[in-house]
Design a protein around this ligand. Structure first.
Ligand code: ADP
Ligand code: MG
Length: 568
């Protein structure tokens, strides 16, 4: 129906709007980046839908983004001829937040402006960032394939509600009209707008055009011409030569594909030729997203085929344990009409996925093994944010298990604090003379691990023990039973054999002690027959009188607790 309708924003939108306007004001120029990013996405979506329906283009095949301004009306308009929105789409896309992790995000807001600004940035501000500089936004849009009479006008002052009504709209796509707030007039300048576009949106592969301005000698003023000029380089960033791309362009492109607000930790950009031909531009974020733990969440890779956008979140292109990776893969081999189902089975996809996995691992190794402090610090950050996820790879990726094992970092009795910084290579390098195993203890937390009575004998002998306290550790360890020929052994399991760490005299003394306690042990076994499987004399303890151990072949106490907690 044509009727104008007024609707309320979802509660979260209201909250986000208020916070954003205040906390991102010092960064207000990003509104243009966000709106151009959306225009670019909309064009990508049209191109994709048109693969199977060329009629969607009508007589308008040249996709572009146009930015214009009107000094008298005090507006800036961002127009695209992309996919557009139907009335329902406008309501759901511009009136609600569908992002995963939204609830967690709002739960974390503290009311402290600076802290919240960083969070909001991480969450991604998108369309609503227009309200940083505008006190009213009008969106006029028409879905590709819909009639001119089926245009939609969406309008809001960014407070509690918005209106939608049906309008006539000549062309396909979306115009975002920002009615500037008082005091934002400096944005009404072509010089200013161009410099913002060049700074934040140069990487956009479509042309971003503006009306040309020229100095008129007779009128003695600059006049706006009918002619358009392209402001950006307008070529896909990943297809350019590395040497032609500045660090800033890499960073802005990351923000575009990831919807992240912060700079990434690192990236890798390669063209792969051979059996399979593709380009990959992959990034590691500096911060874990709110929904990192959601294993059903799709990945962060955008798939292109010969520069044509095919799909977001192509989870088949990256294993689950590398779900933090964001970026673009552009294949020269896949068919344009590839679907998620085809991706699942494609051999080309498997080749790309294997190659990209190796690339990402290589990128992490470069940080982990670097001599420069800056890179080392980056690996520390990576491990803090994503280490637990990487551990999943030990169980999931048999091919790369050895390389992944070297990337692991642990807390250790050799350290004074709970920092996970010791690698297995480091552990092995400083093993004691005669030590042929890697010892670890698992517990719910660092304090419990550090104070485990099982550690007493190791402390006495000066043997390092790794302290494992992450939820995934027990599971991971069931796949990681040895490293470089050294068995990984829990100090809490079975008859602990310290091997060559025990000298002959000690062994003899132990045997004698065991014999002398034989009767007592027999009685205890009898008394505890329904509670304990066995009772043994131990030499592990130096201070505690007794401790419980798990059978060598049974689940450890910690894993049992975990399974119980999970209701198994
Ligand atoms: P995001 O881009 O992260 O999805 P935004 O807040 O930037 O979030 O945009 C919300 C949604 O609104 C988009 O996902 C898209 O569906 C829709 N949208 C925004 N701008 C446009 C546009 N120019 N053309 C078509 N759809 C758009
Ligand atoms: Mg967006």
């Amino acid at each position: 129906d044509n009727d104008k309708q007024t609707l309320g924003f979802q509660a979260e939108v209201k909250q986000l709007l208020q916070l954003m306007i205040h906390s991102l004001y010092s960064n207000k120029e990003i509104f243009l980046r966000e709106l151009i990013s959306n225009a670019s996405d909309a064009s990508d979506k049209l191109r994709f839908e048109a693969i199977n329906n060329d009629a969607l283009y009508g007589n308008d095949h040249e996709l572009k983004i146009k930015v214009s301004f009107d000094k008298a009306a005090r507006t800036i308009t961002i127009s695209d001829n992309g996919i557009g929105m139907s009335r329902d789409e406008a309501i759901s896309h511009l009136g609600t937040i569908a992002k995963s992790g939204t609830k967690e995000f709002f739960g974390k807001l503290s009311g402290d402006q600076q802290q919240d600004a960083a969070l909001i940035g991480q969450f991604g501000v998108g369309f609503y960032s227009g309200f940083i500089v505008a006190d009213k936004i009008t969106v006029e849009t028409r879905r590709a394939g819909a009639d001119a009479a089926e245009g939609v006008r969406w309008e809001s002052a960014g407070e509690g509600d918005y209106s939608v009504e049906q309008i006539e709209k000549t062309g396909r796509g979306t115009d975002i009209i920002l009615h500037l707030r008082e005091g934002e007039d400096e944005l009404l300048s072509s010089w200013k707008i161009k410099s913002i576009i060049r700074k934040y949106s140069d990487h956009i592969s479509l042309p971003i055009v503006m009306a040309k301005e020229e100095w008129d000698e007779e009128k003695k003023e600059t006049v706006v011409k009918d002619e358009l000029e392209t402001i950006n380089q307008a070529s896909a960033l990943w297809a350019r030569n590395k040497s032609d791309i500045t660090p800033e362009q890499y960073e802005e492109f990351y923000k575009h594909v990831s919807h992240d607000f912060q700079a990434p930790l690192t990236h890798t950009h390669n063209r792969v030729e051979g059996r399979s031909e593709y380009t990959q531009l992959l990034y590691i974020p500096a911060k874990a997203p709110f929904d990192l733990w959601d294993r059903n969440k799709r990945g962060g890779i955008k798939l292109y085929v010969k520069r044509v956008f095919i799909m977001d979140d192509a989870e088949q292109l990256m294993p689950a344990y590398l779900r933090m990776v964001k970026g673009v893969i552009d294949s020269a081999d896949l068919p344009l009409n590839v679907s998620r189902e085809i991706l699942q089975e494609s051999r080309d996809v498997k080749v790309i996925r294997d190659g990209s996995t190796k690339r990402v691992i290589g990128m992490l190794e470069e940080l982990a093994n670097a001599d420069e402090q800056e890179k080392k610090d980056k690996y520390v950050t990576f491990w803090k944010e994503f280490g637990q996820v990487l551990k999943e790879g030990i169980g999931e990726d048999a091919t790369n298990k050895d390389r992944l094992a070297k990337l692991l970092r642990f807390a250790s009795t050799a350290n004074e604090n709970d920092e996970q910084s010791v690698s297995l290579e480091q552990y092995v390098a400083r093993q004691k003379e005669g030590q042929d195993k890697i010892y670890y203890v698992t517990a719910d937390n660092y304090v419990a691990a550090k104070n485990s009575p099982h550690l007493e004998i190791f402390r006495k002998k000066g043997v390092e023990v790794l302290l494992l306290t992450d939820r995934v550790d027990e599971w991971m360890l069931s796949f990681l039973t040895e490293f470089e020929g050294k068995e990984l052994v829990s100090v809490a399991k079975g008859g602990l054999d310290l091997g060559a760490l025990e000298d002959e005299a000690e062994k003899k003394e132990h045997e004698e002690t065991e014999t002398s306690y034989k009767d007592l042990v027999g009685k205890m076994k009898e008394a505890l027959s329904d509670k304990a499987k066995d009772v043994r004399v131990t030499f592990r303890l130096t201070d505690s009188p007794a401790c419980l151990v798990a059978d060598e072949h049974e689940l450890s106490g910690n894993l049992l607790r975990m399974l119980k907690a999970a209701g198994q």
